[in-house]
Write a protein that binds this ligand. Sequence first.
Ligand code: MN
Ligand code: MN
Length: 472
Amino acid sequence: KKGSTIMCEKTPADALKDELFYSPEHAAFTCEDGEIETADSFCGDYIDFLNRCKTEREVAAYVKTLAEENGFIPFDPDGSYEPGDKVYYDNKGKALILCVFGKQSLKSGAKIVASHIDSPRLDLKPNPLYEDTDLALFKTHYYGGIKKYQWTAIPLSLHGVICRKDGTKVTVRLGEDEGDPQFVVTDLLPHLDRQQAKRSAEDVVKGEDLNILIGSRPFGKDKGSELVKLNIMKLLNEKYGIVESDFLSAELEMVPAFKAVDIGFDRSLIGAYGHDDRVCAYPSIRAAFAAVAPERTTVTVITDKEEIGSEGNTGLCSAYLEDFIADIARTQGLCGRDVLRASECLSADVNAGFDPTYPSVHDKLNAAYLNKGIVVTKYTGARGKSSTNDANAEFVAKIRTLFDGEKVTWQTGELGKVDEGGGGTVAKYIANLGVEVVDVGVPVLSMHAPFEVVAKLDVYMAFKGFKAFLEK
Ligand code: MN
Ligand code: MN
């Protein structure tokens, strides 16, 4: 026993390094007893969530149901609310705000966690259906930043809504359940790709090549043109009660049909479509439900359209969050902008995890690593910090003190090397409102690919971090 004590004794240099150096550690070393099991169980729920909802509409609808089960009611701007009261605001079924009124007046600001629930995908064009050489296909227009070649030759499922001319709406979800048919974008065989292979990676598969195979049998035995298309339209009419022109008023999204699964012999990782950004949205929702009787009013936003620049009235460039804050402020006789100025926000979005196969795009000192916990990203952007919220040092200090105090494993991270590329999040739009904002989130491998990878301990640390932030 004495021998082992001697073995553990640190040299003065090592002791001083511990005191003076920054060295983020693997969450398996830093987490508390039993926390790995807790994280694994939390991630079991997350996997279930991933398989239930793959699109912004599906997430918003499911979270609304969960919120109602947890005692949230629709927000009434003319209502009056007590500490602990829980409300939600449904923005057109594609974005949702959950709010729990705090013990303190909104004068002391709200605690906001904002993530997004849209993910890169293939949207159907307004007039998508056609027949070519006895095959029926859908034309698509990709949504968000994708490497187009990754979307060929993988199973796809169809999600969304079709609004008929008579004002009725049909919800579509096909390719997810056992026995459902699925869909696919075909690719050229390697035997005949001599010309294609000469193209740059960006153009190997072109945007107009992302056509989806949806059928091949003609209607009946009559001779004529477009009989495969006719047969598909007949099936769609029977199943969904639609005619071809109803596609004009639809939002139909093709997404990978893969189920979320454990990755690795040790099951420490999760592979799934659309971790970006459901891997922050889900923990933030769970944190919103878990934060009982918070000091300050909590506002948990799951937004749409982040992947295309937060545009549109369900994206955070629109007024909906600002208006919601103004509305809750008014219930306490306050002005929205005074609440915003006093508010703090975690912009919850993923960051690129360091990938040992592609080390050259990262600065090792400032990269985010899988399993080292939730990433605090001071700024994103491109080139000379263009288009970013560069979080205030004072606010970053507050967050790291909070995380350390609550035993949240966390690390710093930058989105790649200087001038390597770049990206952004909703942080800058919320910062524009006067709110203190910093980006935090989960590191991801293969970001924006049809199948992304995250580490379970990081997912759990995101939950722990959001909960601490909302409660304190
Ligand atoms: Mn994102
Ligand atoms: Mn993204």
